[in-house]
Design a protein around this ligand. Structure first.
Ligand code: BTN
Length: 234
C-alpha cells in the first residue's frame, strides 16, 4: 500500500515534502486541496485554487542516473491518463501537458540533497481538474471541467500514480529510452519552429526530435543543438 498524506491546505506540497523529507518514506504521496504558495517551474507561481489536483511524490531511489527522465515519465503518465478519460492532451517538452495549447498539467521536480549527497526527488504535479475560472493562471490554461470531462480528483490521483509506478523501475534502469516511443506519440512539435527560453540568450530553431536521453534536438542556424533544459515556446 502506498502511503498518502492528505491536507486541506499547504503552502506547497513540494515545499512540505522538502521540509519533512528525512521523515517521509520512499514513494509517499502528499496531496493538498489548495496551496497558498504553489510553485511552478522557472520560479513562477502555480495557481492552486480548490478544484485542482495538487500532489507531490517523494522518491528515494538507489539508482539515480536518470532522475530528469522521471519527470518526463510523470508527464507521459498524466497525458495517457487524461486520454483514457477522453481528453486529447499533447506533451510539450520537457514535461508540460496541454490541450489545444492550453496548460492542463504542470510538473515541478526538485531534488533534496544533504551532506550525504542525494536524498530524494520530489515530483510535484498540478492538474487543472474542476476549476471554472483559470484566468489568473498567468498563462493559457484549461481544466477538465471546462473540457466537459468530469472526474473525481481522488480517482484521477490513483490513475496517474498507478501509471507512473508501472514504468518507474524501467525509467530508473533505462531512462528516457524506456518511454521514448510512447512520449513521441503525443509530441506534436517535430518540424516546428520554436524558441527555447533559458538564461539570457534564447535559442531558436526547428525541432528535429527528442534524443534517447530525453533532450530536445533542434536545427538552428548554427547547426544541430541539443537542449537539456528550458521553456519551449512557439
Ligand atoms: C509548472 O510550472 O508547469 C510546474 C507546476 C507544478 C505545480 C505542482 S502543484 C503540486 C506541486 N506543489 C507545488 O508547489 N508545485 C507542484
Amino acid at each position: 500500500m502506498r502511503k498518502i498524506l492528505r491536507f486541506d491546505e499547504l503552502d506547497s506540497t513540494n515545499a512540505y515534502a522538502k521540509r519533512n523529507c528525512s521523515l517521509i518514506l520512499d514513494q509517499t504521496i502528499i496531496v493538498a486541496k489548495t496551496q497558498s504558495a504553489g510553485r511552478g517551474r522557472m520560479r513562477r507561481t502555480w495557481l492552486s485554487e480548490p478544484g485542482g489536483l495538487y500532489f507531490s511524490i517523494v522518491l528515494k531511489p538507489k539508482q539515480i542516473d536518470f532522475l530528469p527522465n522521471l519527470t518526463q515519465g510523470m508527464a507521459l503518465a498524466v497525458c495517457q491518463t487524461l486520454r483514457t478519460l477522453k481528453a486529447q492532451p499533447q506533451l510539450k517538452w520537457p514535461n508540460d501537458v496541454l490541450v489545444n495549447n492550453k496548460k492542463i498539467c504542470g510538473i515541478l521536480s526538485e531534488a533534496v540533497t544533504s551532506k550525504n549527497g542525494f536524498e530524494a526527488l520530489i515530483v510535484g504535479v498540478g492538474v487543472n481538474v474542476a476549476q471554472k475560472d483559470l484566468s489568473r493562471a498567468g498563462q493559457p490554461a484549461v481544466s477538465l471541467t471546462q473540457l466537459g470531462v468530469p472526474v473525481d480528483t481522488d480517482k484521477l490521483l490513483d490513475l496517474i500514480v498507478d501509471r507512473f509506478f508501472a514504468r518507474y523501475e524501467s525509467l530508473l534502469k533505462q531512462g528516457f529510452s524506456a518511454i521514448r516511443t510512447e512520449y513521441l506519440n503525443y509530441f506534436s512539435y517535430i518540424g516546428k519552429e520554436v524558441t527555447i527560453q533559458h538564461g539570457a540568450a534564447p535559442v531558436c530553431g526547428t525541432v528535429e526530435t527528442i534524443s534517447p536521453e530525453g533532450k530536445l534536438v533542434l536545427n538552428t542556424p548554427a547547426g544541430q543543438t541539443i537542449i537539456s533544459i528550458g521553456d519551449m515556446c512557439i
